[in-house]
Design a binder for this molecule. Structure first.
Ligand code: RB5
Length: 150
């Protein structure tokens, strides 16, 4: 599984930790930045990761900002992206089973490192349930077509 990861300055420290952890776990991970703690704009990194996932170059993406909110909002503007902001294991598991989320968003100023690594593990290891959930994901895709590029 190829994973794209990115953050702004608010998620930088946690992004670095998650990146190193995934590399240690022998996942194939590409770090799309930011590569420093200096203030920067989260939509830039949301776009880089979301476009790479939507293009099929990466199977999953992980995004972080201070709260995880801004970067998840931005990522969800890219057609084909289902980005889920989570801070508990139940939601991390459910969003894979029910939403087939392809990008995980985390808040670097909200959750601690141990919880973050657990959320990433659960999210990466959980499969989509399909069935009635596929119909609902298809309806999301229809919404993109309705309100997407004009
Ligand atoms: C940056 O200060 C902060 O606004 C950003 O990291 C994020 O929390 C936005 O949603």
């Amino acid at each position: 599984m190829k994973i794209a990861i990115g953050s702004d300055h608010g998620g930088y420290a946690l992004k670095e930790l998650i990146y190193k952890h995934l590399v240690d776990q022998e996942y194939e991970v590409t770090d799309f930045g930011t590569h420093e703690e200096e203030s920067c704009d989260y939509p830039v990194y949301a776009q880089k990761v979301a476009e790479a996932v939507a293009a099929g170059k990466y199977q999953r993406g992980i995004l972080l900002c201070g709260t995880g909110i801004g970067i998840s909002i931005a990522a969800n503007k890219v057609p084909g992206i289902r980005c889920a902001l989570v801070s508990d294991c139940y939601s991390a598991r459910s969003t894979r089973q029910h939403n087939d989320s392809n990008v995980l968003a985390l808040g670097g100023r909200v959750i601690g490192p141990e919880l973050a690594l657990e959320l990433v593990k659960v999210w990466l290891e959980t499969s989509f349930d399909g069935g009635r959930h596929q119909r609902r994901v298809d309806l999301i895709t229809q919404l993109e077509a309705t309100y997407g590029r004009q």
